[in-house]
Design a protein around this ligand. Structure first.
Ligand SMILES: Cc1cc2nc3c(=O)[nH]c(=O)nc-3n(C[C@H](O)[C@H](O)[C@H](O)COP(=O)(O)OP(=O)(O)OC[C@H]3O[C@@H](n4cnc5c(N)ncnc54)[C@H](O)[C@@H]3O)c2cc1C
Length: 444
């Protein structure tokens, strides 16, 4: 296997001959590929652990690795200058929390916990040499953590048509990747004067399964509060909403009966962003405006690292091929996958929910695993839990919630053992804010 992969995004890999993006992106690589960004000095006694992606998973593992392995050289590579939280970003869209609540400085936590933060884009890997290639030069590692979140797989809709993908991103942004498009969507919502908004949901697995419905509720609340003659049609590829479906159904029917229409089994067949038309398995829809979410896949960096799983027919699964209990890549146990990029875990439930709660929990477990491994201890399999609070009403503020727990069975298979759900209540709002503050205090 050739482990040197640089700048081959999945659609480009599929195409092979698409010259423009690869040529334009190749320039920094040509200039910097021989530059060692952080050469080893020989003074460092501990392992060097490089973390790619400074979001929920990456920042948490950086903190805990420094704490557990004080002589480790921990380097965090993040392309954005600041941290932007997915959790709470729906509330930010409708001004329930301010920008300062979701957007944070990253230099302070790096200094506080003692890791090296480099603002640069990861563009490739040479796993034989244990080397990460960034836009500014290469960085060598002993252990690598990939926590890059997700990519929007517009290619599933538009194939090689990059113009249609870019047009969709520009005109119908979905704001599901930190920072990108968040302000664009908020400005659009504030300027909305009426008409039909269509929201396509990605097929499972996708980032934070209950959050698109939370977004629909809060956008509907904004429409209702401002007496805007608007409607939201949720095009859902699933036959039903999922574990907290009853809570959402009640919210749609009791709070927004004239605004939200939920359409199940609406698997997208064709998207025409230019003529504002979508064909689905549940019918065809015209729209005035839209939040268009294509299928989600593991972040580009997992593709660059050549660590995407394959199904029985040899087709890419879109998600990391990894050990379900140890979080290492199946083909390279020096590489760990954390957060939303993680792949298949169990034939009972498929993937862990792609949530900040799980990313944070797995990041701590992976830090512990690397500590045990580097100190000659037995690595124990520890499993995460999941907890999500979703606001469905802005006035009075009310939320619903869902909690999952996991266990290993006698054969070592991961099982989902418990699901707890809470119906709409104002008490959950305080719990949600306590939850987010405890997480932010942990890694920010
Ligand atoms: C609207 C919305 C609401 C949500 N609500 C909740 C909620 O209530 N509760 C909950 O638990 N979860 C929620 N989530 C999900 C949560 O945001 C994600 O599950 C979580 O962020 C995953 O962590 P991660 O580290 O995998 O990815 P991220 O937090 O997205 O971090 C990935 C980081 O990698 C960086 N990166 C990517 N590619 C590169 C590259 N090539 N080079 C350098 N850096 C790179 C990105 O810039 C980013 O900072 C929500 C998400 C959204 C979008």
């Amino acid at each position: 296997m050739d482990r040197r992969n640089f700048l081959l995004t999945p659609p480009i890999m599929a195409l092979g001959t698409l010259a423009v993006p690869s040529l334009s992106l190749a320039a920094p690589l040509a200039i910097h590929s021989n530059t060692q960004l952080l050469p080893r000095t020989g003074k460092q006694k501990g392992p060097r652990i490089v973390i790619c992606g400074g979001g929920w998973g990456g920042m948490t593992s950086a903190r805990y690795l420094r704490e557990l392995i004080p002589n480790a050289d921990v380097i965090l590579l993040e392309k954005n200058p600041t941290f932007w939280s997915g959790p709470m970003s729906n509330k930010w869209l409708v001004d329930i929390v301010s920008t300062d609540f979701v957007n944070h400085d990253m230099i302070h936590p790096a200094n506080k916990y003692g890791y090296t933060l480099v603002n640069t884009e990861v563009i490739g890997f040479d796993r034989d040499k244990k080397r990460v290639q960034t836009a500014q030069g290469s960085v060598d590692y002993d252990y690598l953590i990939l926590s890059g979140g997700i990519r929007n797989a517009y290619d599933a809709w538009f194939g090689n048509d990059l113009y249609a993908a870019e047009y969709t991103r520009k005109h119908f942004p979905n704001a599901y990747i930190p920072n990108a498009e968040m302000f664009a969507l908020k400005n659009k919502l504030n300027a909305f004067k009426g008409g039909t908004i269509v929201m396509t949901l990605p097929p499972p697995p996708h980032r934070c399964p209950p959050s698109p419905y939370e977004r629909a509720c809060l956008m509907a609340w904004h429409i209702k509060k401002n007496n805007i003659p608007g409607k939201i049609i949720i095009l859902d590829p699933k036959p039903k909403i999922g574990p907290i479906g009853e809570g959402y159904k009640a919210a749609f029917e009791e709070l927004y009966p004239d605004i939200i229409t939920h359409v199940p089994n609406a698997v997208v067949k064709e998207v025409d962003p230019f003529n504002k038309h979508i064909k689905t398995a549940a019918g065809d829809f015209d729209f005035d405006d839209a939040v268009l979410m294509p299928p989600h896949q593991a972040s580009d960096m997992v593709w660059y690292a050549d660590l995407i799983g394959k199904d029985a027919s040899g087709k890419p699964t879109g998600w990391a091929d990894m050990h379900p209990r140890l979080f290492t890549a199946n083909t390279d146990d020096n590489v760990y996958i954390v957060g939303d990029s993680m792949g298949f875990i169990s034939d009972q439930f498929g993937h862990y929910p792609k949530s900040g709660h799980v990313a944070h929990a797995v990041a701590k477990i992976v830090a512990q695993n690397i500590y045990e491994r580097t100190s000659g201890k037995e690595v124990k399999a520890v499993l995460p839990d999941n907890l999500c609070y979703m606001m469905v009403n802005g006035d009075p503020q009310e939320e619903i919630s869902v909690k999952f727990e996991y266990e290993l069975d006698a054969t070592g298979k991961v099982l989902q053992t418990q699901i707890d759900m809470d119906v709409r209540s104002a008490d959950l709002v305080q719990e949600d804010f306590n939850w987010i503050k405890s997480r932010f205090n942990d890694f920010l």
